[in-house]
Ligand binder design. Sequence first.
Ligand SMILES: Cc1cc2nc3c(=O)[nH]c(=O)nc-3n(C[C@H](O)[C@H](O)[C@H](O)COP(=O)(O)OP(=O)(O)OC[C@H]3O[C@@H](n4cnc5c(N)ncnc54)[C@H](O)[C@@H]3O)c2cc1C
Length: 414
Amino acid sequence: MADILVIGGGAAGMMAALFAARAGAEVLLLEHNEKLGKKIYITGKGRCNLTNLCDREEFLAQVPRNPRFLYSALDFFSPREMMALLEQAGCPVTVQRGRRVFPASEKASDVTKALSALLRQAGVTVRLGTEVRALAVEEGALRGVRLADDTVIPARAVILATGGCSYPSTGSTGDGFRIAAEAGHTVLPPLPSLSALETEEAWPARLQGLSLRNVTLTLRRGEKVLYRELGELLFTHFGVSGPLVLEASCHLPEAAGGLRLSLDLKPGLTAEQLDARLRREFAAAGKKQLRNLLPALLPLRLAECLPALCGFPEGLTCSQVTGPQRAALVARLKDLPLTVRDRRPLTEAIITRGGVSVKEIRPGTMESRKLPGLYLAGEVIDVDAHTGGYNLQIAWSTGALAGRSAAENLKGND
Ligand SMILES: Cc1cc2nc3c(=O)[nH]c(=O)nc-3n(C[C@H](O)[C@H](O)[C@H](O)COP(=O)(O)OP(=O)(O)OC[C@H]3O[C@@H](n4cnc5c(N)ncnc54)[C@H](O)[C@@H]3O)c2cc1C
């Protein structure tokens, strides 16, 4: 019998297995894919933004929901410790813009290789192609796990690290939510997070592929500002995407339809400054068509589209622009409105929001409050963060803490 079974060989599961084995436990890691860490390969566009070199408070500011749940896990295993672990395993790392940390090779596969080597050295047994269907529970006590072929593998403790349900082709199919619910856990409904947004308006499709830098995006529910940030936005065939939109999506309420987005295309200028500039430029441009002047202010494709969005007649010249029309143009440049229809589907989201309620997990050990001997780690838990390496660090930290706690607890029971 293994001391500890780990379900899921992703970021959290590998770390849990490593820390449990290093603490002296016999560990069996069960993964239904044909290889470990399949999702890690696609992180950071194949470069793996594996953590963020910031302190704990800065880190927690990037976690929109339940940040305090992560205090102990981050104290136990911090971004610096993750970087040191990889360096010691022969995978040097590099810190880039925004303190994002990548493997120096910029190959996500090097992270998985380094972790796989550490698992071998620590004596973890890995069984690939093995799907866990349920926990084996007898008279309220955890006995091990039941596989898809109905065999039962006994164990003294189980760590559930099955991830969320975004990008299911990587193996994260949401099984853990069902498994945890069967064990009596509350599972908050999975929702796409770090997700692109579909808009009611069709015009973004005309600008598909156009990326705007240094614009301010504001997300509002009624008058309330839910999110406002300066950054980069991308127009797509369905609406909007890019870093600003992905981050804004973390701040959407469950029902996102009908929420207002507003783009400030000229955040460096006040409306008055912009109006004065337009007045000067229109006077100098005379009979030049407005759409030919605007590229001085905006990317060409957007400049061509803006007069129509303001409701101006085709071929309007600068000298024909009236005062109210100039005011309307300034208003559009400072507040280009869009209406959210929905998030893109969960299968396309970078991360799953929702999952096992943090109220039912002991933050100091990651042990279930519902079923002693069950530990949880990674995206299966209801915590998610902005982009920047935070989500993987959540997996590393909660995994490490779950692994060490499970092993230490068994020692205490010997
Ligand atoms: C496109 C993309 C890019 C990303 N880029 C970044 C980035 O650069 N930086 C960052 O911090 N985060 C990034 N993320 C998020 C990050 O990948 C996740 O937060 C992280 O992988 C979660 O780790 P996990 O171990 O909890 O879950 P997962 O990595 O999903 O691992 C879960 C594992 O469990 C296995 N499993 C599931 N069910 C069963 C079962 N029944 N039996 C056996 N095995 C099972 C799965 O096959 C999988 O291997 C990205 C995500 C995506 C989709």
